[in-house]
Design a protein around this ligand. Structure first.
Ligand SMILES: *Cc1c(COP(=O)(O)O)cnc(C)c1O
Length: 368
């Protein structure tokens, strides 16, 4: 048996999750966010599977071109616009949509000589203080964009919410108020909502939706998992048991010997580590599914391996199947045990070592 670490990508679940967005806001056009290699799921396959989306949203020209290569002919939105004015020619020829978030971009756009005008979204900083024009400047920017020969109407105002993942945090209400103050009456269209807003803030569910993480079946909220949002996990990270050993009470396990066997016990070794994208900071006790049942991680995560406590499965044998996250074990739980967020874990799966496989046409009644 060769070392096979698999990221199984469930395209049926992906499409199901897009339908969930449609159910929540049937009137709204949807720009599916496929940046960062489709949140680690493979940008090409994700864009292809979600070809019924009204648009794709990405972070760079390279990602936008990959979307076009799949045959996607609808708008492709560059969420940070262009990084250099030399990209404007490609944007015009490929009919990409550029977010304009800064004065330098506006000037570059005004000065460019383009063969065709481009579509733009105007980013308003309603309180996140990352990208965007301050609300008090947005009227002037709007004016300049609407008189710029390189811009095609309509200009769509957008903003991004900083705290929507916490449904009790009133920052979201304040951001919406600031955004509405500068856009109401100016534009019929707009774009506000990420996954957390789509699921948790009905008043933000308007205009172009920008779901990312929820498409991949993961909850955007600070607690809970995708299942509680009626989403289905798309990636299942799989490996196998490669050793079963018996250690004595007091024996240390792994680097640093930071974990000691509390009694004579069987210990399993799984072929997965931080070299594959499994988080090194996953604490002892992090759940691992072995033969469909939970066993706890013990000791430190190494580059290629982790150890697990086999006291609840002393019969486990070499080659037995292991799920690190996905079906039956939400990636949100692993993120919590590793003091990070599911986004980082999904994006961090190592493409050079972890083989992606696709599954489709599964009977969903089976697993949920
Ligand atoms: C990444 C991103 C999104 C998607 O966010 P999720 O939390 O994954 O839904 C939406 N809008 C912008 C501007 C983004 O950068």
């Amino acid at each position: 048996m060769s070392r096979t670490v698999l990221a199984e990508i469930d395209l049926t679940a992906l499409k199901y999750n897009l339908n969930r967005v449609r159910e929540l806001a049937p009137e709204c056009p949807v720009a599916v966010v496929v940046k960062a290699d489709g949140y680690g799921h493979g940008l090409g396959r994700v864009a292809q599977a979600l070809s019924t989306a009204d648009a794709c949203a990405v972070a760079s020209i390279d990602e936008a071109l990959l979307v076009r290569e799949t045959g996607f002919t609808r708008p492709v939105i560059l969420l940070e616009g262009f990084f250099d004015s030399s990209e404007l020619k490609v944007i015009a020829s490929q009919r990409f949509t550029a977010v304009i978030h800064h004065e330098w971009q506006l000037r570059a756009l005004e000065q460019a000589e383009l063969t065709a005008p481009i579509k733009v979204w105007l980013k308003v900083d309603s309180g996140m203080h990352r990208l965007g024009f301050p609300p008090e400047k947005s009227a002037e920017v709007w004016q300049r964009l609407s008189t710029c020969a390189n811009v095609v109407e309509p200009i769509i105002p957008m903003t991004h919410l900083a705290n929507a993942d916490d449904r009790d945090d009133q920052t979201t209400v304040q951001q919406l108020t600031r955004f509405d103050a500068v856009t109401t009456g100016v534009s019929a269209e707009c774009s506000i909502a990420n996954s957390a807003a789509i699921l948790g803030w009905p008043q933000a569910r308007r205009g172009w939706l920008r779901p990312g993480i929820m498409l991949y079946g993961v909850s955007p909220f600070v607690t809970g998992s995708g299942e509680t949002c009626q989403l289905q996990p798309v990636m299942t990270l799989r490996s196998a048991l490669i050793a079963v050993n018996h250690h004595k009470r007091g024996d240390p396990v792994g680097y640093g010997g930071s974990w000691n066997c509390p009694e004579d016990m069987p210990v399993g070794v799984v072929a997965i580590g931080y070299g594959d994208g499994y988080p090194r900071h996953a604490r002892p006790g992090t759940p691992v599914l072995l033969n469909g049942k939970m066993v706890p991680l013990i000791g430190r995560v190494s580059m290629d391996m982790i150890s697990v406590d086999l006291r609840s499965q002393p019969q486990a044998g070499i080659g037995d199947p292991v799920i690190l996250w996905g079906r039956g074990l939400p990636v949100e739980f692993i993120a919590e045990h590793a003091a990070t967020i599911a986004y980082e874990l999904l994006c961090g799966v190592t493409r050079s070592r972890v083989r992606h496989t696709e599954i489709e046409e599964r009977n969903h009644g089976e697993i949920l």
